[in-house]
Design a protein around this ligand. Structure first.
Ligand code: AVJ
Length: 328
């Protein structure tokens, strides 16, 4: 019998325009290297472009993460103390999460709390996952840590929390900030709670460069869309054709960097940020970092942040790891 898709209940707190303007302003007026926060890559167009990136043969990251959960969700569920509610940092489209929720729903009824700053992502994820039997979805339109505080306060008596951080978004932080982020997550959790952390692993540099500079130009469009978003949201006049997508692998930091390189001397106006920015020919705006790890360093980083690494699963085809941590 057909039933209507369950309507998610979503608690809202949109990024205020003033905060967007202030962050754009801070990044573009930074002395030396100009930069923009990578979280702003994910408006509706950016999220759709990222989904296409995940389909590209050169970009194996999403498929590796999904394969690992498909293969090991039961093993992960076997290691968790029940009952457990699930909080997810970055709801994505929920494809990987499905395997985890289905494994848990075979054991107990599941409260699932996706946390994302993108309302459209939350809607789509609850459309995807709200249908699973014994799973109820409450979305939180928040920054990760604010959302996690709200979710943690909603847990039932005796209910543990499993935090999913599956997008390998931790790679967007530099290493010290990533560790600090884990420490903050740990601070919100209680004894017996768990964290499943996805990280992309080191792999041959040519593979990485191709993954972030695909021949079809989807990643280039994803990168330039950040400027389009600033045009739309802050009434700016970036000419996207005047910026080239550039990808570098920094050996010392073991990270991919995405930049937008100015093709000419140009001045851009961002009225709602009260800003006029001049760019030299060849000057770049740094838009994203994606750090690459090895398994041991992930376990050690978690340990320094107050977690115990109970198990790790890796994908052979596209080096990638899921690490299960417990508070202790
Ligand atoms: C969504 C942060 C995991 O770092 O690989 C993909 C984003 N940027 N292609 C990554 C991204 C360019 C992606 N994460």
């Amino acid at each position: 019998m057909a039933t209507a898709a369950r309507m998610p209940s979503v608690t809202l707190s949109e990024t205020p325009l003033a905060e967007f303007a202030a962050e754009v302003r801070a990044g573009l007026t930074k002395p030396g290297q100009k930069e923009l926060p990578s979280k702003y890559l994910y408006d509706e167009a950016g999220s759709a472009l990222f989904e296409v990136i995940c389909l590209l043969p050169e970009y194996g990251l999403c498929r590796a993460g999904a394969r690992l959960l498909k293969r090991h969700a039961e093993d992960i569920a076997d290691l968790l103390p029940l009952p457990v509610a699930v909080a997810e940092l970055g709801s994505g489209t929920g494809a990987k999460t499905r395997w985890m929720l289905e494994a848990l729903a075979r054991r107990q009824a599941v409260n699932y709390f996706p946390i994302d700053i993108s309302r459209s992502a939350l809607w789509r994820c609850s459309q995807e996952l709200g249908w699973i039997d014994s799973v109820s979805v409450v979305g939180f339109e928040h920054e990760y840590l604010d959302g996690l505080v709200s979710v943690a306060s909603r847990r039932g008596p005796g209910e543990h929390l499993l935090v999913l951080f599956l997008g390998s978004t931790i790679g967007n932080f530099d290493r010290p900030a990533g560790e600090e982020f884990l420490r903050r997550v740990r601070g919100i959790l209680h004894p017996g709670d768990a964290l499943l952390l996805a990280t992309d692993l080191e792999k041959p540099v040519p593979d990485l460069l191709l993954a972030y500079d695909d021949p079809a130009g989807v990643t280039a469009a994803f990168n330039r869309n950040l400027l389009a978003r600033i045009n739309r949201g802050l009434d700016a006049d970036f000419d996207l054709a005047q910026f080239e997508h550039e990808v570098r692998y920094e050996e010392g930091e073991r990270r991919i960097e995405m930049h937008l390189r100015s093709r000419s001397a140009q001045t851009v106006h961002v009225p709602l940020a009260g800003l006029r920015v001049s760019l030299r020919p060849g000057e770049t705006i740094w838009t994203e970092s994606s750090h690459k790890y090895n398994c041991r360093e992930v376990a050690e980083m978690g340990a320094r942040a107050g977690f115990r690494c109970a198990a790790q699963w890796t994908d052979a085809e596209w080096p990638f790891a899921q690490s299960l941590f417990f508070t202790q």
